[in-house]
Design a protein around this ligand. Structure first.
Ligand SMILES: Cc1cc2nc3c(=O)[nH]c(=O)nc-3n(C[C@H](O)[C@H](O)[C@H](O)COP(=O)(O)O)c2cc1C
Length: 209
């Protein structure tokens, strides 16, 4: 049994978000193929995803050499929330990250989420030869909705999502782009059908070795 985190990062309702529609088809197929998998859904726009601030930075620095009791009350309460997010991320085995392209990036709440779970000593560590991911045997996929066509480059969103997940040690399957509908609305049916086919195909590979 694998634990799946289904991480949604759009304020748009499911029926109107193309990437979410495709992600739901992907998830449904994954569950058919792996019925004992467990899914935890995170709707980042409807959660309080914390931002890193000076209390959080101070808490992380102090915790390298001191104990939790040495933190201020503010540092304690804030770092506890970061710890919950990070533990949940570390406890998962597979990740489905669903995002829209916004101004060549993705919505800031997803960046805040990555900032919450990227934690030196927990999800990655520094070495003299560069940072290494501490997560092992974990698999992810990014399902990305774009108004134009960006699967061959030109936006920062997908390279970042893949990069940061790899940075923590998570292997990523090829991204499923649901792209080009805003540029070519007359092709929306074909674009969605092709993304659906990719999702059904890729679901077969969404399992741990
Ligand atoms: C705030 C905002 C910024 C956007 N920026 C871009 C962009 O830079 N490039 C682009 O091709 N589409 C852009 N779009 C269009 C969305 O990427 C497109 O509608 C996509 O389908 C959204 O994903 P979703 O349908 O999966 O929610 C933007 C949309 C919004 C609301």
């Amino acid at each position: 049994m694998a634990k799946i985190l289904f991480i949604k990062s759009t304020p748009v309702q499911d029926e109107l978000s193309r990437s979410t529609q495709i992600a739901r088809i992907f998830l449904e197929r994954v569950m058919e193929l792996n019925p004992s998998d467990e899914v935890i859904e995170m709707d980042l726009f409807n959660m309080e995803v914390p931002f890193v601030d000076m209390d959080v930075l101070n808490a992380k620095t102090k915790l390298r050499t001191m104990t939790f009791d040495d933190l201020t009350e503010n540092e304690k309460s804030k770092i506890k929330v970061f710890d919950q997010f990070t533990q949940q991320f570390m406890n998962a085995d597979k990740y489905i990250i669903v995002s829209p392209l916004w101004n060549l990036g993705f919505p800031p709440v997803l960046k805040a989420y990555f900032d919450a779970v990227c934690w030196a000593g927990k999800t990655f560590r520094y070495t003299p030869h560069g940072a290494v991911g501490l997560l092992e045997n974990k698999l992810g996929i990014h399902i990305h909705g774009c108004g134009g066509k960006y699967s061959t480059g030109g936006a920062y969103s997908d390279p970042y999502v893949r990069g940061v997940m790899n940075f923590m040690g998570v292997e990523m399957l090829p991204t499923i782009f649901v792209e080009g509908i805003d540029e070519n609305p007359d092709q929306s049916e074909q674009i969605l059908a092709s993304a659906k086919e990719k999702a059904l195909d890729m679901a077969e590979s969404f399992k741990l070795a």
